[in-house]
Each structure stands twice: as C-alpha cells, then as structure tokens.
Ligand binder design. Sequence first.
Ligand code: 0O2
Length: 205
Amino acid sequence: MNTELLNQKLSEPDYVLKKNWIVQQIEFKLKMIDLELSEKYNRTIMQKVEHRIKGTDSIARKLLKKGYKITFENAVKKLNDIIGIRVVCLYSDDVYKIADLLKEQKDFTLIKEKDYIKTPKKSGYQSLHLIFEVPLIYKDMREAQRVEIQIRTVAMDFWAGVDNQICYKKDPAKLKTAELALKNYSSEISRIDKQMLELRKNVEL
Ligand code: 0O2
C-alpha cells in the first residue's frame, strides 16, 4: 500500500498544529470537569487522561478496512478517531458523570455515542465512546474537528491494554484460546467493577 502522499499531508505543520491545538482544548475542558466532579464528590475522579493522534499506517489500515481509498481527504472525512482522547476513572458510574458533563458543553456537538459498557463488543471490549465535533477558531478561521473520547474504568483499561497486546488486530486463527479467555475475563472485570462500585456506595452511606 502506497502511503507516501498521505504521510506527507499528515506531516504538514498546519495539520499537526491544528490536531495538537484541539487536544489541548479538550484536555483543558476535561481538567475543568475533573475539578467540578472531584469537588462535588470529594474524591479523585479521573485517574488518567491520555491522547494519541492516529499515524499514517493506522489511518491507512482503517481506511482499507472500511473500504475507502487511502487518501488524505478520505482520512479527514471518513474517520472519527484521528484525534483520540482516553479518560480512565475508578468507578463505572463516574464514566457516565464525565460523559454527561462533556455533553453539556455548548461548544461540543455530539455526533455519535457507542456504549460498549452496556453492550460490550464481541471481543469483550468495554468502554464508552463519544464522538464530538469541536470547533477550532483562530482569527477569521473556523473549522470543526472530530474527536473520539473513550471513557472507561481502570479495570476496563487494564483489559483493553492486555487485549491490545495479545489479540486486537492480530491473526484470529492463532488466537482462539486467548480470545476466549479474554472474553471470560471481560465478564470478570464487569463483575469486579460492580462490586467496587457497591463497596464505595456502602462506605458513602
Ligand atoms: P487504535 O489503535 O486505538 O487507533 P466508527 O468509525 O467511529 O463508527 P470504529 O472507529 O471503526 O467506529 O470502531 P470502534 O469499534 O468504535 O473502535 C474504535 C476504537 O476502540 C479502536 O480504534 C480501539 O482503540 C478501540 N477498540 C475497539 N474494539 C476494541 C477491542 O476489541 N479491543 C481493544 N483493545 N480496543 C478496541 P482503532 O483505530 O481500531 O485502534
């Protein structure tokens, strides 16, 4: 697959600057949400916030998988997660508190919501995915940039990290046993998350 042209476009300073700018804007907003929730509930809410800007190979692979030609225009138009932000918290109810406050932001437009916590993926993957359109305004320039925000618990994040190393995007023929085990562990994770939440609620009473 020839990705040279795509790579060139993705390396242009204007493109890189805009993506980093959006990341900073969202991370700032998340800091405010974290402060608001931490003060309200008198405990730490967000354990980790991280981001990644999708690279050329990953963009090319995803475009191919979705049946699109590998072009810069398709990448920008068709992919929702070139900018990805991940928020990790301790308890599953905090996932939805964070999501609700994100949805309340007047400058964010919710495009799509995928609740893989209520309905985990076939692999066992759990996470709440929110796709927002976020405005980028500078002087007379105004653009909307799409961003995927993944929100999940530490336990779900642990599962996804192991799955990512062992199974995700790997040859399924070789991984039947590992896939099956991970799927079972996903249910365990879900059970433990519920128990941890109960524990907190009992102490809060
Ligand atoms: P990476 O390495 O994170 O860049 P959409 O176009 O928005 O409708 P999309 O993006 O095709 O849908 O699919 P989906 O299922 O919402 O997945 C988006 C991201 O969730 C993936 O991005 C992964 O980060 C994560 N994810 C989804 N399924 C799994 C899974 O089974 N295991 C793990 N570990 N992560 C998963 P990318 O681009 O695939 O990967």
